[in-house]
Design a protein around this ligand. Sequence first.
Ligand code: ZN
Length: 301
Amino acid sequence: MSVRELVVLGTASQVPTRHRNHNGYLLRWDGEGILFDPGEGTQRQMLRAGVAAHDIHRICVTHFHGDHSLGLAGVIQRINLDRVPHEVTAHYPRSGQRFFDRLRHATAYRETVTLTEAPVAADGVLVATPAYTLEARRLSHPVESYGYRLTEPDGRRMLPERLAAHGITGPDVGRLQREGSLNGVPLEAVSEVRRGQRFAFVMDTRLCEGVHALAEGCDLLVIESTFLDQDEELAVEFGHLTAGQAARAARDAGVRHLVLTHFSQRYAQPEEFERQARAAGFEGELTVARDLQRVPVPKRR
Ligand SMILES: [Zn+2]
């Protein structure tokens, strides 16, 4: 069975705490793993969460602040140490190429794995596979930052009662799916659109067009909420979101499951993020992320 879930490796902004590691998130999407924003300590968090280097096929870095990227050095070396049998592709803002170069070659090690560099320089599609299309959108932060969005292509769900009404059974169903029609019965008459699932990763940013575009219609949205609403001025100044801002954006975008993360160490009460997100009118499923938590992509409607 295919697994689609988020494994939370770390949830702290800027400074880790006793209970929160720096950022790190692995999205399992069928047979593939996408590692987002590996901060310092990600390699050890992977071990604690049961994530292996072999599970990583793609790495997406939103921006080159340490809490989102200092873990690259360790993770890349571990991928090579473990001789991961597949190619790994890395996406990150092209303007930070010199940081990526340094992290990739921070110390000596034996390179055994093909690591493809696919930097991002503008909004748009990065890759399209049968399982998903991955795109990037510019965010608003003091250093160049991109959010990422995964969209599964729409499929079709066969409707048994309609098939039966047309007397289509057995191998003819497969033929109809392949050929688009059978004995004058078009595929559309016996099936309906199955909407592809959508996931987005939004970090670090002020409210901007990119936030709304990334969040639109997401089944699962991971978004930073560094601050609580009473510190909105700080959020705007430093290029971050509050719990209320993130939740309103998710509400307006029709998000089904909202994951808040990237918390400032100044707050000791995670419940307050939940309270403010609800007060902002978000009514879907809500997770105030904890390290090592697993969040399944919601079941199809
Ligand atoms: Zn950050």
